[in-house]
Design a protein around this ligand. Structure first.
Ligand SMILES: Cc1cc2nc3c(=O)[nH]c(=O)nc-3n(C[C@H](O)[C@H](O)[C@H](O)COP(=O)(O)OP(=O)(O)OC[C@H]3O[C@@H](n4cnc5c(N)ncnc54)[C@H](O)[C@@H]3O)c2cc1C
Length: 353
């Protein structure tokens, strides 16, 4: 049965659900209070948890499903018009301070390909990347080309409820009637939307990033240092260096000291960058959640309101699998992975350490 879905939030989480619903023949409208994709734009686009053995099974299950789905997902998006620049470039882990033997044993146990380049360097060949600004354009383009509607600069302030169900989303004087609503507000999902309970424990976590111009390096794969620094070369020769993990509320600005430290750390990791200045810097807000486990579930108070948020550091990696899981639940299909860890109830039991 074809139903009208109204998605609040046009980041990767909202747009990927819209795309999945449209491919199932549903009618979809996406509203965003700014331009869609404006915050998902900021990420590095590494398609893997950093580092998987540091995370709980619930993170890796969704992330690995996403990683397996990504090549076909990227190809399907490209057929709708925009290439998100998926690139299976591999990742080198500079492992000083890391127990390499334990990490390699974890990889063997989890069937996750890994090798040792030298005493302190691991190689993870299955780690891929894509380019965030291209991904959000690819998703928006696909949504439109499959018949969906995207409403920019539409801040939803309330949901009109009747008999325990949402009947319309409200933005200023405008009212959007739909059968089903999806709350994909990213870093804002922990705020109250009208009378609805906020998604438990979700909060913004800032990340700052530097960009170097083509010609500044010869790197052809991702490099991740165990203290959290990564370098991501793009196919056109640009290079990203990131990122910070900062608890500063909704402040999405950059700070000169941190950018300076990032630049110094990047030069330390890749000496050929010394003498080159970053050509651009920015910051983004991640939808933070305890243990990096998202909420992909029905809202506990309303039958026809669903939630897809809290993917924190891995919203892009998880996008194909997370959107599929939500759509399976909304359409009454068998879920391809166990939804229990991503339930609202499970999120209530987790807290920030
Ligand atoms: C620096 C940085 C590096 C990252 N690197 C990676 C990486 O390498 N790999 C990876 O997988 N992930 C990475 N991420 C994480 C990833 O980008 C996020 O998990 C993902 O973008 C979150 O998407 P989202 O749609 O949930 O949230 P958002 O992109 O924040 O989208 C939410 C949207 O909801 C809208 N909204 C909020 N409230 C309302 C309202 N009331 N009405 C209408 N619209 C509303 C907002 O305007 C926003 O556009 C990184 C993030 C950052 C910041």
């Amino acid at each position: 049965m074809k139903r009208n879905f109204f998605i609040i939030g046009g980041g990767v989480a909202g747009l990927s659900v819209a795309y999945a619903l449209l491919r199932q023949g549903q009618a979809v409208t996406v509203a965003d209070h700014r331009q869609p994709g404006q915050s998902s734009w900021a990420g590095a686009g590494i398609l893997c948890p950093l580092l998987p053995w540091d995370y709980e099974e619930a993170v890796n299950r969704l992330a690995f499903e996403g990683m397996r789905a990504w090549p076909d997902w990227a190809a399907a998006l490209a057929r709708e018009g925009i290439d998100a620049e998926y690139w299976a470039c591999g990742m080198e882990v500079v492992a000083e301070g890391l127990d390499s033997d334990a990490a390699l044993a974890w990889c063997r146990q989890h069937d996750f390909p890994a090798g040792q380049l030298s005493e302190n360097r691991l190689w993870l060949p299955d780690v891929a990347q894509m380019r965030n600004p291209r991904l959000v354009t690819a998703l928006s383009t696909a949504v439109i080309s499959l018949g969906g509607a995207i409403l920019p600069e539409r801040k939803i302030t309330d949901l009109h409820m009747k008999d325990g169900r949402a009947v319309a989303a409200l933005a200023g004087q405008s009212e959007y009637v739909a059968d089903v609503f999806v709350w994909a507000g990213g870093a804002w999902a922990g705020q109250v939307l009208g009378g609805m309970a906020p998604v438990p424990n979700t909060r913004p976590v800032r990340g700052q990033m530097l960009l170097y111009a083509p010609g500044s390096h010869t790197l052809k794969h991702i490099v991740y240092r165990h203290d959290g620094l990564y370098l991501v070369p793009r196919r056109d020769g640009h290079l990203l260096a990131g990122s910070t993990v900062e608890d500063v509320g909704f402040d999405a600005g950059t700070t000169p000291e941190i950018l300076h430290q990032l630049h110094k750390a990047a030069c330390d990791l890749l000496p050929e960058l010394c003498g080159h200045r970053p050509v651009r810097s920015w910051a983004g807000l991640r939808p933070g959640s305890p243990n990096n486990i998202p909420v992909i579930d029905r809202h506990p108070a309303y039958d026809n309101v669903w939630v897809n948020t809290g993917h924190f550091r891995y919203g892009v990696t998880m996008a194909p699998a997370g959107s599929r899981l939500l759509v399976e639940q909304m359409l009454g299909l068998s879920p391809h992975i166990d939804p229990a860890p991503y339930s609202w109830q499970a999120a209530l039991g987790r807290s920030w350490q």
